[in-house]
Write a protein that binds this ligand. Sequence first.
Ligand SMILES: Cc1cc2nc3c(=O)[nH]c(=O)nc-3n(C[C@H](O)[C@H](O)[C@H](O)COP(=O)(O)OP(=O)(O)OC[C@H]3O[C@@H](n4cnc5c(N)ncnc54)[C@H](O)[C@@H]3O)c2cc1C
Length: 565
Amino acid sequence: MPEQPELTIQGWGPGNSRVATVTGAEGAGEGSLELARDPELPLPAAARRHLARELGWTPRPTPPVAVGEIRLAPSRLPDDVRAALVDLLGEEHVRTDRGSRLRRAGGKSYLDLLRRRGGDASDAPDAVVLPGSTAETAALLALCSERDVVVVPFGGGTSVVGGLAGVDPDDRPSLSVDLSRMSGVTDVDVASSLVTVGPGMRGPALEAALAPHGLTLGHLPQSWEFATVGGYAATRSAGQASTGVGRFDDLVAGLTLATPAGVLELGHPPASAAGPDLLGLALGSEGALGVITEVRLRVRPQPRATRYEGWSFRTWADGLAGLQRLARHDLLPDVVRLSDPDETRANLLNAGGAGARLLRGSLRARGRGDGCLLVLGWEGLPPLVRARRRAAVGVLREHGAARVGRRVGESWRRHRYAAPYLRDRLMDAGLLVETLETAATWSALPAVHDAVRRALRESLGAPGRQPMVMSHVSHGYATGASLYVTVLADRDDDLPLQQWLSAKRAATDALLAAGGTLTHHHAVGADHRPWLEREVGPLGVDVLRAVKQRLDPRGVCNPGVLLPD
Ligand SMILES: Cc1cc2nc3c(=O)[nH]c(=O)nc-3n(C[C@H](O)[C@H](O)[C@H](O)COP(=O)(O)OP(=O)(O)OC[C@H]3O[C@@H](n4cnc5c(N)ncnc54)[C@H](O)[C@@H]3O)c2cc1C
């Protein structure tokens, strides 16, 4: 198939909401409530018509309340605790003003946004503190443990699983521990490909600091503009190139964890057999064991060659079989993103630019109008990129894949951080928009895909209304792959929270029953913790509780996440 003119492939991922979003400079507490960067991507008319037709949805204005109207209870932080915190951190690093508290109220899940759009900031912390070092953080945790004050670490605030909700069964006062002051590179060991960075460092700043050394981390989640290194480690994040560079877990060589019981130094590069790997306990601990105050990362040389391109499979089954075969022979590219027919159709309708119509027509003419779009990306040394691509292309063709050109791949790459901004506009027009994710073995993946779709359709469907459920595979392994699901539906304006809670419950039960994991990269947070026992068993939960009891005996470290009630 010939190369196509310019087009815009983006997608429908989760949102970087405009509502009370922490943005911009480090030291997020500075200044007034700032609005997130919003490129105002228009929703093409064809996509709007498609949504109205598919969902039985009538666009209607449902804007968020003005920031000034968001309800916020007075801070409950006792005066003497505040004074002790000021002694420890300095007056400017202990904040109880409305703006600082609102900016750390919850994360970016659909439920978070619904609450905030409705003016409810009941999950806001009583105060925000900004420690500047491991020693300050350890002292802060000891103080909070002694005074029964809850601490919720805050990185970029992009949690989509209620990780920042700060829910405490004993309803104690809570602090948001903003890590933005600890956001520098403290060591670069080029020979060992290791860098040491503060937990508050964001992706763009880290890549800018590595570039002069010819290095890159290559961890690029869709939240890359906002999320932090500490947040990635605390949630076991996966980036868009994780098939190639690995998940964030694979990139962490060591870290420092400050806990109420003391400071742990974990990990020993390049490798160690000194007992079970305690580093693994800190990865994914979501602030429930303490605060990550430093991270040692494995980095790599910047790629000298990159190649992104689009392919099309006739069916989802063909696409999965093709990827499975690539995985078995260790031929998966660094970036792999296979959309199912529903996501492919929606992405093509949502695509803008002169080439979009041409591409749609061309796919239809080739009998691939209802097929599956695959975006692939290779990065590295030029001869390796060429050789890996050549070998992969042979396998793809054997599985009936047709090439649709580099512009599709390049367009996806260029716009890969843009899609989340669409969510604001969709929510403004009366839509439910949310995502969920899992992973399963290659054998179980088709059943998991079917089960999640069925559960969401049954839960959100009604006479004359059907949700749109769109999925893609975006992280491939030899043994299986992740599955990412985006759902759009007409919002129930009377009971919007309950509408999504029921759907999420149905989808989670279904994906677990079909063999999926509770979460592949969004973490457990508050939203998934009722199901943790099904994933790790009652003994597994007990082991985690025992570790928490030792490190955090008063249970002040992010008590609302990870462990079930
Ligand atoms: C638009 C959008 C796109 C996304 N895309 C992806 C994606 O592609 N891949 C992916 O993996 N995730 C994605 N996410 C989810 C989210 O970005 C990740 O979970 C990310 O790792 C969170 O980082 P953060 O710095 O924002 O952490 P926060 O949201 O601030 O915190 C997340 C959790 O970690 C805890 N925490 C934060 N920092 C620390 C610390 N230093 N020590 C201990 N605990 C800490 C918090 O208390 C909380 O429980 C996306 C989210 C959004 C909104």
